[in-house]
Design a protein around this ligand. Structure first.
Ligand SMILES: *Cc1c(COP(=O)(O)O)cnc(C)c1O
Length: 494
């Protein structure tokens, strides 16, 4: 292929681009049309068998062959995230407006680190961030930045929290001087159900995972505020220095939402940085259930993911600050108390707000999606899935061979297959683990596993607004089939 055929910019390039995009689109569409199942069931060994010829051949095969090969080798054996029986993780069916925006932003290839690499994109990201701050009722001085997702947003929250605290408490500039001698005394508080990336961030920030104090949960799997009070009082009398409190709005397994207002009160009382991890539940702000997020408006920082309940293609997240001046704690060029987001020419360069340098123009996706279908349209999708989760929970509760483990708050439903009531927890645990194994090979339903009080359990994350209760019933039947196969195999072995 000649240079003209490989790059946009000439008539030949335009034709080649159209043809390539059309062929890629056809490949995606036929991968959907070829099967009703969310996964082919291929094992890891069988999959690696498809890649025996060289990844870097001496001469290429041409683009058409390369696209077609990617379709047969990879798309055909990908989990079909748009299939209604793909219901394992917080991995959404990407909506078509987002897919169109993704095609546009990758072709434009703007990089959000500096204005001269992304002029309109820089301005638009600011506009989207302002709209999001408005959605969560954050103060006028709020600000934010797009991130790769909740992991990066949670990391950035604890980075800023740590550095603000070390400056105020120990007079230490962590950016230049590193951690203070007192670093071992630093503590972060979150619930037992908080996402693991809080601990991961503590590790990456040089504090260690042991710096994270996990607060017990109540019967609804929300942070227990009495337990929080007891822990805060105890830390207060000792040598420890708690500096941040993390509330979760939508835990990964159960979708539970911590009592955000009570947590905001404790953070204010103990002068803690208040971070709300709303990676999963942030989308409630669009809906009639926005009151479940009351208290989020008092957060120092918020993590929200668009590649979950906002239906945008991966990756797409945002990190919001109640007070935009807090970006100053990580500014590269300015003294941290003099946060300069504009260089001397008055041009906004976003690099100082991000832990990334070259950065994708992901803000285009929610922008195009919101413009296309409005808040109302997006809210209707989310509500559809909340209703489905409630109905799915009833279905599971009524079934004599299943055990429902909670009433869903969002659209995650955790349950166990328990065909005989008399089964011990150990036997149920083994059975559900084996059923999950079988499901992976079966391919008719993609379902997650999790541990609840040490017992292996199953989980639906019902993110697909086009899925119906019939789809859920079908998944339960597939689980029954796999369960029967497991029992048969055990009898053969015995
Ligand atoms: C998904 C999730 C994360 C991690 O976010 P990524 O987008 O995967 O980086 C963190 N916290 C919660 C509550 C999540 O649901």
């Amino acid at each position: 292929m000649s240079g003209d055929e490989l790059f946009l910019g000439s008539e030949t390039g335009t034709t080649a681009y159209r043809e390539a995009m059309e062929r890629a689109t056809d490949a995606v569409v036929s991968s959907f049309d070829s099967t009703d199942n969310p996964y082919s069931g291929r094992s890891p060994e069988a999959l690696s068998g498809a890649f025996e010829d060289p990844v870097i051949p001496e001469t290429g095969t041409g683009l058409e062959a390369a696209i077609d090969e990617a379709a047969t080798r990879i798309l055909a054996h990908s989990v079909a995230t748009s299939n209604p029986r793909c219901a394992a993780h917080l991995q959404c069916p990407p909506m078509i407006p987002g897919l169109a925006a993704e095609a546009m932003l990758t072709a434009a290839n703007q990089s959000l680190d500096s204005f001269d690499q992304a002029p309109a994109a820089t301005v638009l990201e600011g506009e989207v961030v302002d709209a999001l701050c408005g959605l969560f009722d954050l103060p006028d001085v709020s600000d934010g930045v797009f991130t790769s997702g909740g992991t990066q947003s949670n990391f950035q929250a604890l980075l800023l929290a740590r550095d603000r605290y070390c400056h105020r408490q120990f007079g230490r500039d962590v950016q230049s001087g590193g951690l203070p001698p007192e670093a071992e005394s630093l503590r972060v508080l979150c619930s037992e159900e908080a996402h693991f990336t809080g601990k991961q961030a503590a590790h990456h920030l040089g504090l260690g995972e042991d710096a994270v104090v996990t607060v017990p949960i109540d019967e609804d799997r929300r942070m227990d505020t009495d337990a929080l009070d007891a822990i805060l009082a105890e830390l207060d009398t000792g040598d420890a220095n708690p500096f941040a409190l993390v509330g979760t709005a939508g835990t990964t397994d159960f979708g539970s939402i911590d009592p955000l207002t009570e947590l905001a009160d404790r953070a204010a009382e103990y002068d803690l940085w208040y971070h709300v991890d709303a990676a999963y539940g942030g989308a409630l702000a669009l809906t009639g259930h926005a009151d479940l997020l009351d208290g989020i408006e008092r957060a120092d920082s918020v993590a929200v993911d668009f590649h979950k309940l906002f239906y945008q293609p991966i990756s797409c997240g945002a990190f919001l600050l109640g007070d935009g001046d807090d970006f100053g704690w990580m500014a590269r060029n300015a003294a941290y108390l003099n946060p300069e987001e504009h260089d001397e020419t008055g041009v906004p360069n976003l690099v100082a707000k991000s832990v990334q340098t070259t950065r994708r123009f992901d803000a285009l996706k929610p922008y195009v999606a919101f413009r296309a279908i409005g808040r109302e349209g997006m809210a209707a999708l989310v509500e559809e899935t909340l209703n489905l989760a409630r109905d799915a929970a009833s279905l599971i509760e009524e079934a004599t061979d299943f055990e429902l483990l909670h009433e869903p708050t969002l659209n995650a439903v955790v349950f166990r297959y328990r065909p005989r009531e008399a089964m011990s927890d150990a036997a149920v645990s083994r059975l559900n683990a084996n059923v999950r194994e079988q499901l992976l090979h079966d391919g008719r339903a993609v379902v997650a596993r999790t541990e609840v009080t040490g017992v292996t359990s199953l989980k639906f994350t019902l993110l697909n607004p086009t899925a119906t209760l019939d789809d859920v019933a079908e998944m339960l039947d597939v689980i029954r089939d796999c369960g029967a196969a497991v029992v048969r195999d055990e009898e053969v072995v015995a």
